[in-house]
Design a protein around this ligand. Structure first.
Ligand code: GLU
Length: 450
């Protein structure tokens, strides 16, 4: 990094968080994008804006104790990282995954701050979760864990303070159990303290689909800007959770052909394209807690070919959509995609590509957009759910979809405004980072030293 202030801040972050590689990766990417802005705004250094932005406001860490189906007592660690509330109450999902640790949640909370700023809605950034592993757990175990988790967290969240939602390992079922326990403890019905709720108890129509739908709307805007169309294009998707499901549904609806989905066990190739029946089956695969994409090939043997140990990126496609986990697409994967002629990559997962993979795409002139822009439709629709809860109203699917469309259009415009380079090409990474940062930084400058 060339700018002295940016460099000093990053050296400090590295020294203080030496054992947190994901967090350092996320901070480095943002700081690199910000160099031209920092050059032009001396007030940022004077007010220690970067130093204040790279440290979370606070982190809650707690033990979660629960009893499994065999009667054995189990413990996990739970966390909530309240990162930044300059533009609104803390907002962001909960991740239940065996690899969850402070580095992962700090990177996610940091990214969430800029992503939420891009949505045009007033939401600060947060993330939380636990190293609880849902794989192989029964429904009763999931419920007992969610209840025990909320027993610790409930006093630190609220409609105007911090509004959690789902993320990897936390979907509608888990939000239900978490909300049930929250309402019991609070002794008062707070409608909007979690988002991603069920339709009969304050949820927003289209929230389950929103991350994937929003991502495809963003891809459409990105392609239109480049004079291209998604119709008839082949798409590879990683994962089969809520995000991959929504993305596949919308891709098919827009006339694209999803030719691969993958999981931790391997890839399913679908040469004739995924069908609606297969997309529906993804929901069953997710709720079975087996975490195996091979189940798709077992259920649809004529249409799918499963290969163990391979990723979705080994399948020839026009457009690649990482929809699973951070750093799921590395440099070797990027090279394989490039060799197969992929010309568009949109991260639907948070930080789905390694820095080396992003570099490979950008150097090859591939249309590349980062997660904090592409997947912001999920949290944006959470914001719309909060608005409906405040109004004590439920909007129609058309109204939610129309607003989601507008929000994704605005995010794309912000990326173009801040990411257009002198040669006319658009660096969506810089565009998203700068646009999100400017909004949060301005709010911090206006609200003084706090
Ligand atoms: N976990 C999602 C994300 O990464 C959604 C968060 C939310 O709806 O609050 O943005």
């Amino acid at each position: 990094m060339k700018n002295a202030y940016v460099n000093r801040v990053f050296e400090r972050v590295k020294a203080k968080n030496a054992n947190e590689p994901e967090f350092l990766q996320a901070v480095q990417e943002v700081l690199e994008s910000l160099e031209p802005v920092v050059e032009k705004m001396p007030e940022l250094e004077k007010n220690a804006i970067l130093e204040r932005m790279v440290d979370p406001d606070r982190i809650f860490t707690f033990r979660v104790t629960w009893v499994d189906d065999n009667g054995a007592v189990q413990t996990n660690l739970g966390y909530r990282v309240q990162f930044n509330s300059a533009i609104g109450p803390y907002k962001g999902g909960l991740r239940f995954h065996k690899a969850v640790n402070p580095s992962m949640l700090k990177f996610l909370g940091f990214e969430q701050t800029f992503k939420n700023a891009l949505t045009t809605l007033p939401m600060g950034g947060a993330k939380g979760g636990s190293d609880f592993d849902p794989v192989g757990k029964s429904d009763a175990e999931i419920m007992r864990f969610c209840q025990a988790f909320m027993l610790e967290l409930w006093n630190n969240i609220g409609v105007d303070t911090d509004v959690p939602a789902g993320d990897v390992g936390v979907g509608g079922r888990e939000i239900g159990y978490l909300n049930g326990m929250y309402q019991k403890l609070a002794r008062k019905y707070h409608t909007g303290v979690l988002t991603g709720k069920g339709m009969t108890w304050g949820g927003s129509i289209l929230r389950p689909e929103a991350t994937g739908y929003g991502a495809l709307y963003f891809v459409e805007y990105m392609l239109a800007k480049a004079g291209k169309d998604i119709k008839g294009k082949t798409v590879a998707v990683s994962g089969f959770g809520n995000v991959a499901w929504g993305a596949s549904k919308k891709a098919v609806e827009l006339g694209a052909k999803v030719v691969a989905i993958s999981g931790p066990d391997g890839v399913c190739e679908i040469p004739n394209g995924i069908t609606n029946e297969m997309i529906d089956y993804m929901l069953e695969m997710r709720s079975s807690n087996r975490n195996k994409v091979e189940d798709m090939a077992t259920k649809f043997p004529a249409a799918c070919k499963f290969t163990a140990g391979k990723k979705a990126w080994s399948v020839k496609c026009d457009i690649a959509l990482p929809c699973a986990f951070q750093n799921e697409l590395n440099e070797a994967d990027a090279k394989e995609l490039l060799a197969n002629g992929t010309w568009c990559v949109a991260e639907v997962s948070n930080m789905g590509c390694t820095p080396e993979a992003i570099h490979a795409f950008q150097s090859a002139g591939v249309l590349f957009a980062p997660g904090k822009a592409v997947n912001a439709g999920g949290v944006a629709t959470s914001g719309l759910e909060m608005t409906q809860n405040c109004e004590h109203l439920s909007w129609t699917a058309e109204e939610v979809d129309e607003r989601l469309h507008q929000i994704m259009k605005s995010i794309h415009e912000q990326c173009v405004e801040h990411g257009t380079q002198p040669d006319g090409t658009i660096n969506y990474v810089n565009g998203a980072n700068i646009a999100g940062f400017m909004k949060v930084a301005q709010a911090m400058l206006e609200q003084g030293v706090v």
